[in-house]
Write a protein that binds this ligand. Structure first.
Ligand SMILES: Cc1cc2nc3c(=O)[nH]c(=O)nc-3n(C[C@H](O)[C@H](O)[C@H](O)COP(=O)(O)OP(=O)(O)OC[C@H]3O[C@@H](n4cnc5c(N)ncnc54)[C@H](O)[C@@H]3O)c2cc1C
Length: 511
């Protein structure tokens, strides 16, 4: 059996990247007008494409890199019936009916993963587990009671638990039965196979730069090439280029370790604390090898030191578990929506028939799956009961989400401050191999990386998306934008949208 390494959007490796039996894709560009072009090959893109193809539509997927390159390749793959936006929060912003529908969507997404796994016989380590959420102090106990009451009100099964399989001392805990976990890339490979068998087409290494619409047909541009389609779905996690989501979704980095324990006693449950930022723990057996998957310590992209976040996560892990070795460490990106719910449906300020799905918070396994169903229903003209609640064009009741509102002020600050106030004046000479830094050379700001052969890779640090200044991510070896989360590799190539153009390379003559 051949072992493939699935690439993802960072230098560090997740355990999901060691992939057996990967199907190689070769599709030629064609003049055909597709019923739908799906841009992005993560869980949202694959689920949407498969649903549409099975409904008899002729579809294609255009993926900038390879299937699973984005956050789906760097997720921690919990399948839950509760979400980061609690049902109480959803109720206070969207009313009781809104909270009920949100719970139904989360549940439908979780169920769709199970159904697909069974229907297409996807061997993706799918396992049902109990999920425990615990409080360690009085404030957290209040939060926990609020989560309990909110869940009960929308009929999500939940109970108080006296025993939790965690070494952490807790005051009160909840148990959600019927949660699950899986291997995200094995699942994507299964969806991909089902999709290709149903007659779908996949174009990898195809970054769509922009779309224009002529007489009701959408034209998606990839270099000199054009894809034509009657409908388009942005399944790119965040829609690319400048759009309303730059002000409605805040990018966050999140950290994960894959750890081997000395004791061999791995928890047979999904565990979450209520700290801010929080921690979660689960275990996963991959090809006969047990791993403790432990993650959290999220922060806004480009705003804190990733090295510190990993150090904090490792310290926490060693405090509670008998660690034999840290086998994997990786980070990835997600988007926090300004009013707490995802945006799924017709893209605002775009031609009719251009759809998007974004703002999943840390719940994209369920929300990306249900988005596939919702979008396929909308495109097929069936309508969806979630259409209004998740409408990307909705007017937001943001008052109860002060925390989120702050995100915009932050972006505005970086638009201005980054451009006029860089204090970094290190010389290139002091840049050690394997590191990157913003430096000033002859009065010009440069994003410089010195590789292990001593060669400098110099880039213009102005993000091509909205002209903020990128910062160095020492762990994933990428240039990350603190405004909207665009990310670039050491040669300036786009790793993560919303940018679609690479950072400008600076040659010796220019610097
Ligand atoms: C560390 C971490 C842990 C998480 N854990 C969980 C969890 O346990 N449970 C859960 O439910 N959720 C979790 N999430 C959230 C979840 O992983 C994401 O919401 C989900 O993977 C998003 O899937 P997606 O398909 O929408 O986007 P992605 O997987 O990011 O896919 C988007 C794809 O679009 C491509 N693309 C982008 N721009 C273009 C373009 N212009 N042209 C062509 N292609 C393009 C990208 O290359 C990428 O492959 C976690 C997130 C993080 C960061």
């Amino acid at each position: 059996m051949k072992l493939n390494i699935n690439p993802r959007d960072g230098a560090l490796s997740s355990p999901w990247q060691q992939q057996h039996d990967k199907i190689t894709i070769t599709a030629n560009l064609t003049d055909k007008i597709f019923d739908c072009l799906i841009i992005g090959g993560g869980i949202t893109g694959l689920t949407t494409a498969l649903q549409l193809q099975l409904a008899g539509k002729q579809t294609a997927i255009a993926e900038a890199h390879t299937i699973g390159f984005g956050t789906t390749g760097g997720t921690s793959a919990h399948i839950n019936t509760f979400a980061d936006t609690t049902y109480s929060e959803a109720e206070s912003a969207f009313g009781e009916e809104g909270a009920r529908l949100f719970a139904a969507a989360i549940n439908e997404g979780a169920e769709l993963i199970k159904t697909n796994t069974e229907k297409f016989k996807i061997n993706c380590d799918y396992e049902l587990k109990a999920g425990y959420l615990y409080a360690e102090n009085e404030d957290e106990v209040k939060q926990l009671d609020d989560i309990y009451n909110g869940a009960v009100k929308v009929n999500v099964p939940v109970d108080y638990a006296t025993e939790v399989p965690t070494p952490v001392t807790f005051q009160k805990a909840l148990v959600f039965e019927g949660q699950a976990q899986f291997h995200p890339i094995k699942y994507l490979e299964g969806l991909k196979e089902a999709y290709l068998n149903a007659g779908g087409t996949i174009y990898e290494h195809t970054l769509i730069e922009n779309i224009n619409t002529e007489n009701g047909t959408h034209e998606a541009h990839f270099g000199e090439n054009i894809f034509r389609a009657k409908a388009i779905v942005y399944a790119t996690h965040l829609p690319p280029n400048i759009n309303v989501f730059n002000f409605e979704c805040a990018p966050y980095r999140s950290y994960v370790l894959g750890v081997k324990l000395k004791s061999g006693k791995y928890p047979d449950a999904l565990l979450y604390d209520c700290q801010e930022p929080y921690h979660y723990v689960r275990s996963h057996e991959i090809d006969g090898e047990q791993l403790l998957i432990i993650g959290g310590l999220d922060h806004k992209t480009g705003h804190e030191d990733p090295e510190k976040a990993f150090a904090g996560l490792e310290k926490y892990t060693r405090k509670y578990y008998n660690v034999s070795s840290v086998k994997y460490r990786w980070s990835s990106q997600y988007y926090v929506p300004v009013d707490g719910l995802p945006y799924i449906g017709q893209m605002p300020m775009a031609a009719d028939g251009i759809y998007c799905a974004t703002g999943y918070n840390g719940n994209g396994m369920m929300l990306g799956s249900v988005a596939g169903k919702i979008l396929a229903d909308l495109i097929s003209g069936k309508g969806s009961r979630y259409e209004k609640l998740f409408s990307p064009g909705r007017v937001k009741p943001v008052d109860s989400f002060n925390e989120f509102v702050k995100e915009n002020a932050d972006v505005a600050y970086h638009f201005i401050a980054d451009r006029f106030k860089i204090k970094e004046t290190d010389s290139l000479k002091r840049l050690s191999p394997g590191t990157g830094k913003l430096v000033e050379v002859d009065g010009k700001k440069i994003a410089a990386y010195r590789d292990n052969d001593g060669v400098i890779h110099a880039l213009n640090p102005i993000c091509t998306h909205a002209a903020c200044i990128v910062g160095w991510n020492s762990e994933e070896k990428s240039w990350d934008c603190p405004c909207h989360g665009a990310r670039y590799d050491i040669d300036g190539n786009v790793l993560t949208g919303p940018a679609t153009k690479k950072l400008q390379t600076i040659t010796d003559d220019e610097s």
